[in-house]
Design a binder for this molecule. Structure first.
Ligand code: NI
Length: 184
């Protein structure tokens, strides 16, 4: 199932999400649907709040960018109840976009190395380290679980300059090739 992508201004994007357990109904279908929705929108990551579910789940398939970033080779994963336990390394600046913020791209500064604990789709506990662009994609999706968006990392002036664009997005006045859900 392809879901509409919730865009800026919808309160679900600002909620702190809840952990789930392996009795969560329809989890397999939900994960499939999230991948389909992400591929349809040509994204490399999607967090559950972006389809209106306030749960601690995100999916990533950044493998299409592996030509430019070797660390992304085969990087297709499902992260359930994730907790970033360590962030280190130099901060690195790189442009980011988000399916919930269509047509906006801004430089975001993030640590280059993280350690993360999570459960995979079989509820097997994992603990892993990521660096480079993989660490960036994870941190972006992880922010969604805490009700944060990449624009929250921008300085106040830059954020102010985006205000008009953000208002347009929240009203659905944005050209986008996938189905979106605006705040009511
Ligand atoms: Ni995003």
């Amino acid at each position: 199932m392809i879901y509409p992508v919730v865009v800026y201004g919808h309160p679900v994007l600002r909620k702190v999400t809840k952990d789930i357990d392996n009795s969560y109904e329809g989890l397999g279908d939900l994960i499939d649907g999230m991948f389909q929705t992400m591929y349809r929108a040509e994204g490399i990551g999607l967090a559950a709040p972006q389809i209106g579910k306030s749960i601690r789940l995100f999916v990533i398939d950044a493998s299409p960018l592996a030509d430019d970033y070797p660390e992304l080779k085969d990087f297709k994963k499902i992260f359930i109840n994730a907790r970033i336990t360590q962030r280190e390394g130099d901060e690195d600046v790189h442009p980011e976009g988000c399916l919930s913020l269509p047509a906006i791209q801004e430089d975001v500064k993030r640590p280059t190395k993280i350690r993360i604990e999570y459960y995979d789709e079989n509820f097997t506990k994992k603990e892993e380290e990521y660096e480079g662009f993989a660490a960036r994609v994870i941190q972006h999706e992880y922010d969604h679980l805490d009700g944060k968006l990449f624009i929250d990392h921008l300085n106040p002036l830059k954020k102010r300059l985006l205000k008009g664009k953000l208002t347009s997005i929240s009203k659905g006045k944005v050209s986008v090739s996938y189905r979106i859900k605006t705040p009511v």
